[in-house]
Ligand binder design. Structure first.
Ligand code: HEM
Length: 412
């Protein structure tokens, strides 16, 4: 805790002592006992049934036959602007609001997963961006000219039940006064306004159901397609573990960093100009044949020979490029991306958690594939270079995700 916290704690302690002397027991209850929540509220009553890391959910997900986690189907990203200066009251309101959400729904896909993350604008307000574990978003590919966005905060909601996402938004930022049967006394809307909402979905059947948008040729998708580009992308071995992306020491221990970008997809050429073999080469690697894909199971058995493939096949795959940044055989980013039709355009909201934003940037540089240009003249910044010919980055933003018991106004 920083010194603002210490001085507030001692002010509260003095008030508590005063309340005790005057026999104001109700007041002592309001003040609560000091906990490490940073809010001086009583301990979170749901803490025992919730992971310390806000983003930890793998242990609560169902798996497919190969053992891969199946993430929740519906997503809502609520980007937030603080309406006033950070204050002790606002800090308590936010923590109470989050506890109401936790009281309303279980931590499981048919309940609700949620994350409250804090953006670069928030740390700038505090004058503490340089002390925070995140930095401003940057342009990191020369094929894109994204909006570099900065927010105060982001509330991520995920559930298999889309009505839950709407219910939380209405209770926290609208007029609903109950949520899942719980009274809503401290809505997040008392502290924040909504800056932007993004939506999306994940899982078999849903891409085809939402395919009637710009960027997807009519009839291109079948019921079986798990994503707009036709491939499942959450094999266990291709994801960093939740522990690997958790900051392991110091004042931010238990937290992580979050990158959020919006990519639009133009898939006319993907579905109409390429055949299955060409799509597999671009998504994974030219070393694979479409018949190999169903056998992948819980990992992608790549040979780590991107430059050789460039020379031999004049095409390189997305997966083989990004997998080069694995450490000790394990990926360094945990992807929680999903498809979207926001703006009536096919796209991906790309969310990734990583211990430091450098890990995201290193991964994205590997994806850019600039290093193969000496190996093949057919591979350009976009052409024959993984999936880069089919995506455009519209915006980027960075966030810090505190540990659950420090999630309200970090560094304040
Ligand atoms: C339209 C956008 C994207 C699509 C459709 C896509 C698709 C995929 C697919 C199908 C895989 C294979 C995973 C598996 O079979 O389990 C994969 C892996 C991966 N992707 Fe993407 N991806 C996209 C964007 C990105 C971006 C923007 C990044 C980060 C800069 C990224 C980083 C990764 C990483 C790190 C892996 C795992 C690598 C490993 O196994 O070590 N992807 N992606």
């Amino acid at each position: 805790m920083d010194k603002t916290m210490t001085s507030r704690r001692s002010a509260l302690a003095r008030l508590g002592a005063l309340a005790g002397t005057l026999g104001l027991s109700g007041c002592a209850q309001v003040l609560g006992s000091a906990s490490d929540s940073g809010t001086d509220l009583p301990p979170n009553p749901h803490a025992d049934s919730l992971p310390d890391q806000q983003f930890a959910q793998n242990a609560h997900l169902p798996t497919d036959e190969a053992g891969n986690d199946l993430q929740a189907h519906y997503r809502r990203l609520i980007f937030l602007t603080l309406d006033g200066a950070p204050s002790d009251d606002a800090e308590r309101t936010v923590e109470r609001g989050m506890r109401t959400i936790e009281a309303a729904y279980d931590w499981r896909p048919d309940g609700l997963f949620h994350v409250l993350a804090w953006g670069t604008d928030y740390f700038k307000r505090l004058g503490k961006l340089s002390a925070a574990p995140i930095s401003e978003p940057r342009v990191i590919s020369r094929t894109d000219d994204p909006d570099l966005l900065e927010f105060d905060a982001l509330l991520i909601l995920e559930s298999d039940m889309p009505s839950r996402l709407t219910a939380v938004e209405n209770a926290m930022f609208g007029s609903a006064d109950t949520l899942g049967g719980e009274p809503v006394e401290d809505p997040l809307g008392d502290v924040f306004s909504i800056a932007e909402v993004r939506t999306g979905f994940l899982g078999k059947g849903l891409p085809a159901e939402h395919a009637n948008v710009e960027g997807i040729p009519v009839g291109a998708l079948s019921e079986d397609d798990p994503t707009f580009m036709g491939f499942f992308s959450d094999r266990q071995g291709t994801q960093a573990s939740e522990d690997r992306v958790t900051i392991d020491s110091g004042r931010f221990a238990g937290g992580t960093t979050l990158h959020v970008s919006h990519l639009t997809q133009s898939l006319g050429g993907w579905w109409e100009a390429l055949d299955d073999t060409e799509r597999v080469a671009r998504m994974f690697s030219p070393e694979f044949d479409p018949s190999d894909i169903p056998d992948f199971g819980a990992d992608v058995p790549f040979t780590d020979a991107v430059r050789d493939h460039a020379e031999e096949f004049d095409v390189v795959g997305h997966h083989e490029k990004v997998a080069q940044v694995r450490r000790d055989g394990e990926p360094i980013v945990l992807r929680r991306d999903f498809n979207t039709t926001d703006g009536d355009q096919a796209g991906v909201h790309f969310l990734s958690f990583q211990r430091t934003l450098d890990h995201f940037r290193a991964t994205r540089r590997a994806m850019n594939g600039w290093y193969v240009r000496d190996d093949s003249r057919s591979i350009t910044d976009r052409e024959n270079n993984g999936i880069l010919n089919f995506i455009d980055v519209q915006s980027r933003a960075n966030f810090y995700v505190p540990r659950r018991d420090r999630r309200s106004f970090p560094l304040y």
